[in-house]
Design a protein around this ligand. Structure first.
Ligand code: SAH
Length: 350
């Protein structure tokens, strides 16, 4: 593993404009220089200081001494022949790797980012958690996933989903900072309405997140309709009940006016019965929640299998009959290392 010295320095790209301004003034330069610097980092997406022609040599020298300028190294890029989906494996400055996915839709480009290196939530069907949590990602490292993809594709990103490796509510302060920076009107300025944050359901953090005053969509990974069943596939269910989750979702909706999404990964013979669809509709109904069905992506180490097409259709039909807003997640980029975390795992194992 490479040096972690950079973690001791000021993380320049994680500073909000007022914090950056204070730093620039402290380094002996004029306050307005901070805006120029911010523009280089977050609008022009400069990869290093070299391009920053209107930033003085002395300020650059001060910044280089005191700060770390986050950059990611592209180590692998896979492009789907089926739908153009791209999967990136980036190396962080300490040698860890993270996965980022770029998906092209009719309504715009969507990027799925990782929020942690690994994950400690232990969901039974997920590849990202197999080796546990290595460390949290800093706000700049989440931003840089989007910046690097923007540079590589040459296209603007319009939607962000925090659904890659990691549990965002387990890296709370950094996620909050990331959302402020990515939606800042002086920066890349991605609308909060186009951001979705997905959680396995850490209840106290869901309340805290609701209180931030953001307009982002919260997606809850539900995956089961009883606590008993949920505990068998998601260890986090030992800490919080479905009733507590529903209260937290109601609070989020009341506070933000944003409808909750329930994610429900259909696992063959485990959670895909019509009775469960019925129960799910009872949970979603009062919240006007949208349901996103995800045919489980088989992970070799996990041994779960996908539901039959007919079971998926029956499940969806049951929800629709109950007037629930439901979609089946399009399986994009299936030909390029399927489930989240698998590209990274293959890389580590090799
Ligand atoms: N920690 C966050 C983000 C995880 S990934 C969360 O739990 O929500 C986004 C979604 O993909 C989650 O709903 C997660 O449960 C689901 N998921 C993970 N592995 C999967 C797999 N192999 N097949 C289908 N869905 C999976």
């Amino acid at each position: 593993m490479n040096s972690t010295d950079f973690l001791e320095k000021i993380d320049l790209k994680s500073l909000e404009l007022d914090e950056l301004t204070a730093l620039v003034v402290k380094l002996g330069d004029k306050a307005f220089r901070a805006k120029q610097l911010y523009d280089w980092m977050h609008v022009k997406l400069a990869e290093n200081y070299d391009a920053m022609t209107n930033v003085s040599k002395s300020l650059k020298a001060g910044l280089m001494e005191k700060c770390d300028y986050t950059h990611l190294e592209l180590v692998q890029l896979q492009v789907s022949k089926e739908d153009g989906t791209k999967k990136y494996l980036f190396k962080l400055q300490d040698g860890h790797t993270v996965e980022t996915v770029w998906m092209k839709y009719k309504h715009g480009n969507s990027v799925c980012i990782s929020s942690q290196v690994g994950c400690r939530m232990g969901c039974k069907f997920c590849a990202s958690t197999l080796d546990g949590l290595a460390r949290n990602l800093r706000p700049s490292e989440m931003l840089e996933q989007i910046y690097a993809v923007t540079r590589e594709t040459g296209e603007r990103v319009s939607n962000i989903v925090v659904m890659g490796t990691g549990e965002p509510m387990d890296n709370f302060d950094n996620i909050v900072k990331f959302i402020k920076l990515i939606s800042c009107e002086n920066g890349i300025n991605i609308s909060q309405r186009n951001i979705t944050v997905s959680t396995c359901g850490i209840v106290p953090k869901m309340y805290e997140f609701a209180d931030q005053g953001f307009a982002v969509t919260l997606a809850l990974s539900l995956h089961a309709t009883t606590d008993e069943k949920r505990k068998t596939i998601m260890p986090v269910a030992n800490s919080f009940t479905i009733a507590e989750l529903m209260d937290a979702c109601q609070y989020y909706f009341d506070k933000t006016g944003r409808r909750i999404t329930f994610e429900y990964s259909l696992i063959g013979g485990v959670n895909d019965s019509v009775e469960e669809a019925n129960k799910l509709s009872e949970l979603a109904g009062p919240l006007h929640a949208h349901i996103n069905l995800i045919p489980v992506n088989p992970v070799v180490e996990r041994g779960f299998k996908e539901s039959d097409r007919s079971a998926i259709e029956a499940f969806k039909n049951k929800l629709e009959k109950k007037s629930i807003n439901v979609t089946i997640r399009r399986e994009m980029g299936r030909d390029i290392d399927g489930a989240c975390g698998q590209l990274r795992r293959r890389f580590i194992n090799e």
